[in-house]
Ligand binder design. Sequence first.
Ligand code: ZN
Ligand code: ZN
Length: 264
Amino acid sequence: MKLRLHFVVDPMGWLCISMVFGIWLYNTLFIPKLVLLPHYDEGHIPWALVVCYYIASALCVVALFRASTADPGRLPLDPHIPHSEREHWELCNKCNLMRPKRSHHCSRCGHCVRRMDHHCPWINNCVGEDNHWLFLQLCFYAQVLSFFTLVLDFCQYYYFQPVCFLATDLLNLFTTRHELALLRVSAVMGVVMFGGMSSLFYSQMAGILSVSTPTVTNGQTAAPLISWQWALAEVCGTRWKLLWLLPLRSRQPLQAGHHYRSHV
Ligand SMILES: [Zn+2]
Ligand SMILES: [Zn+2]
């Protein structure tokens, strides 16, 4: 796999991505220390749950790293435009370069991006044709990890360990209060992340899958342009569904007949 790193110089973006990384680090450090490992030692939770937590955490940070450092689909200075597609290209009046339709100029990054969705300060990168699949993975794994964290926080509050009963002396009281504060911060971050990531993920999926839903015009139902599998395969750059979930790979544009392509 060839990794080409792409960095956007934007101090505000660095601040935002540092916050996201900080939330990930906080939960990856404290949740195992406070909940997972002590209860695993006491035999309350199986080892498989601990492994699943670390896998979700690792996939989340890899997706974050790749989404923020992958080239979103920057256009070359002198693009090769196939003769049959010339009518689908236009001139960007900001950078004076030819670009396919559905490309947009990002003023933060200072260049045009193919099939640009938006510029996301939380990953300090544009979301475009070549990293949209990584952005979707990041939303998905952040949802999984924050949900996991919320369940563990809930269990720690109400099921695993009735912490108020542990405060038998001053030291225990201090530790208990400290643990509670850490758990509360984790729970607040979990709710914010889960709510934000879920709404983002499902709005993104609705946009992608809209081309695979039948359209109704004047009472007539027309067949969808493409199937949902093809719509997702096109975004992820592979028809192998298991690979849709893997952030450590490169994306290859699918070869499709022109009538199938939802972009040029
Ligand atoms: Zn441009
Ligand atoms: Zn941008």
